[in-house]
Design a binder for this molecule. Sequence first.
Ligand SMILES: NC(=O)CCC(=O)C(=O)O
Length: 260
Amino acid sequence: MKIALIQMDVTIGEPDVNFEKAHRLMKQAMEQAPDIIVLPEMWNTGYALEIAEQIADIDGQRTKELFSSFAKENNVAIVGGSVLYRDSQSGNVTNTMFVFNEHGEQVLRYDKIHLFRLMDEDKFLTAGNTFGLFEHQGETIGTMICYDLRFPQLSRKLVNQGAKILINAAQWPTSRVDHWRKLLVARAIENQSFVVAVNRCGESRNTSFPGSSMVIDPLGEILLQGDSSEQIYYAEIDLSKVDDTRKHIPVLTDQRLDLY
Ligand SMILES: NC(=O)CCC(=O)C(=O)O
């Protein structure tokens, strides 16, 4: 399975600029014919949460149109990072990931379940209540958005439901990049899963973002470590490595779910 990681800079509060860029980078990513494209967190607007009502994608219309047509035309699945989304009925604003399969069909909507207070998400956004899981080429993939990474219970839940790859889409600042790297490796080792993590790069409102997108294998080996520039990275994933690792040390089988 070949995965393209789109590590993009995001222009805060400017959906038109970000849509144009995401589309351009997605087209560029197709030059190496990936099976899946992954975008970072809230790539449509950045954290301009105080004007969320004006700039959020209403009912995800624009995002869904782009992903559906692109996926179908290019025969590629899209894990759409996340977008700032506004529901036209309830008015609720969410940090929402859409996944489209290679036929252009939506296969997942996941609203971030852990809102990050340090960046005021709790003041402006509504948290989701469901999990990020979808099937691709007969395999189960689990998804998380940024801060979700700090909750090992969530990734274990996704893995217990069959995930062999955990994807995290993020806007994780440079000041805590050390946590980012260590937690990603920990999630891969403890769950004996591939971890594919796509972070934004660049700077917004005096906060810098390190890029540092990563791909880690089920033994915790780092297969890809991004730098801080706008880039598309590629990783080939051999899922038999997950089965081999889980056979060698059967952590999932040995869980005491009767006790915890
Ligand atoms: N966008 C986020 O959820 C950021 C999470 C973060 O920075 C962290 O330290 O956790």
